[in-house]
Design a protein. Structure first.
Length: 443
């Protein structure tokens, strides 16, 4: 199933374009296999771990929904916990609690993942549960109607959060009509109108062997995992007799940014959420690492420009930060602050001014060093969690098509200079800016 490769002379990205791969790094053994039907299995055996985190990934998210199926990806995430051909919703819940209770799902713009964290002796029953949910979901119309109300309540909860509303709005303002500009969970209108037949169509198109990726990290035996995955999927009724040809990584058309705009959204809140954002480049652009360093300097910590200028020097906000949002099709860069409505205009000006200051005057070597140390901490600390390893495998397989080692990530972050940061700041600062403010009625 898998083929060993010597990467001792290849410190760069591990390319997933080949079928079976094996890589040992710092005592951890990473392997990738492609099973009959195109199912991809990736594992990372981590020494001294006594538990395993595993995920079943479908390479489709809200970006990939048809016009008649908006919100169906998130809807399916809910319904897969409502019952299968072999167990009901209560039995699923009881099984989850019996196995430790750390089972859940996540829907994103580019994928859906059903995951669980279990003891090493419970890998088999945990995989059986997740596989049963993915392959044998009932998707009963009555369950759908019941869960429709739950999802509408979830959307209402987020709609009451000014920060969530601001982030959803600014994404659509910058990305325009592009599928990545849609809210992941759909809208109240799309969820209310979603028909059971459209949901079933989305499930049948996306939930099949060539779309499935299984990842596991921790105390795991790769060959046993592959054997169990194949057995569970076949027991679930999936046909694995086809060739081992996974679906190509799905992308949409490149993002064509919308014209810059300003938007005010009224909500019954006491504090306004302000986001200033502009188009950026895609996640494969080599400038992204300089962007991450700039992000740390501009809005990534308590010594950042935004925090010091807006909170410490002027007392205008409690929370303020910056954020890159990069996809294969394009990206954006944004800056956020939560403040009293009378201060929103001044805060928006300061957000832009802090970016412009870096573009015009650059940053110090000391700021670059501090940013590197924070990025280094994020990389190393996250690698101490099994879930980070599991998620890294899934996103690398479905989105990037390659996996960068920890040492290589650190080397590339270390190589960023003050000049690199200023150049990327000049590019970002030159892009047209959109402003979204969510706050109370103006009276």
């Amino acid at each position: 199933m898998s083929e060993s490769v010597d990467y001792s002379e290849m410190p760069l990205d591990l390319d997933f374009s080949r079928g079976g791969l094996a890589l040992e790094e710092e005592g951890k053994l990473l392997r990738r296999s492609v099973l009959p039907g195109g199912v991809r299995v990736l594992s990372e055996k981590i020494p001294h771990a006594h538990s395993t985190t595993m995920g079943l990934w479908i390479g489709a998210g809200s970006r990939d929904e048809g016009d008649d199926a908006r919100g169906s990806t998130h809807f399916l995430e809910h319904l897969l916990f409502k019952g299968t051909r072999t167990r009901g919703a209560r039995e699923i819940a009881e099984r989850i609690d019996y196995l430790g209770g750390d089972f859940n799902a996540a829907t994103a713009k580019q994928y859906t993942c059903y995951y669980g964290h279990c003891f090493e002796n419970d890998v088999a029953p945990s995989l059986e549960l997740l596989s049963d949910m993915v392959t044998g979901a009932n998707l009963d119309p009555s369950d759908m109607e019941m869960e429709r109300g739950v999802i509408l309540e979830e959307l209402s909860m987020y709609n009451d959060d000014a920060t969530e509303v601001a982030h959803e709005n600014i994404t659509s303002m910058v990305f325009g009509d592009h599928p990545l500009g849609r809210p992941v969970g759909g809208t109240r209108e799309s969820v209310s109108a979603l028909a059971n037949q459209s949901l079933l169509g989305h499930y049948s198109r996306m939930y099949r062997p060539s779309e499935l990726v299984v990842t596991a990290a921790g105390a795991i035996n790769h060959d046993e995992l592959c054997e169990r995955v194949q057995g569970e999927l076949e027991r679930g009724g999936w046909d694995l007799s086809g060739p081992a040809e996974p679906e190509p990584r799905r992308t949409a058309a490149p993002i064509v940014p919308a014209a810059p705009s300003t938007r005010y959204v009224e909500r019954p809140v006491e504090q306004a959420a302000v986001i200033l954002s502009m188009p950026s480049f895609d996640m494969f652009d080599e400038r992204r690492r300089a962007l991450f360093t700039m992000n740390a300097i501009l809005g990534g910590g308590t010594s950042s420009r935004l925090f010091q200028k807006i909170r410490e020097e002027r007392g205008l906000a409690y929370s303020t930060y910056s954020f890159p949002s990069l996809f294969p099709e394009g990206g954006m860069f944004g800056m956020y602050a939560g403040c009293a409505l009378p201060n929103a205009a001044e805060v928006a000006t300061l957000l832009g001014a802090c970016l412009d200051e870096i573009a015009a005057d650059g940053v110090s070597d000391a700021e670059v060093e501090s940013a590197y140390r924070r990025i280094r901490a994020e990389i190393i600390f996250s690698n101490e969690h099994l879930s980070s390893h599991m998620n890294r495998l899934g996103s690398a397989e479905l989105i990037r098509g390659s996996l960068t080692s920890q040492s290589e990530s650190l080397r590339k972050a270390r190589a960023i200079t003050a000049s690199d940061v200023q150049e990327v700041a000049q590019y970002i600062a030159s892009q047209p800016r959109s402003l979204c403010t969510v706050g109370p009625a103006k009276g």
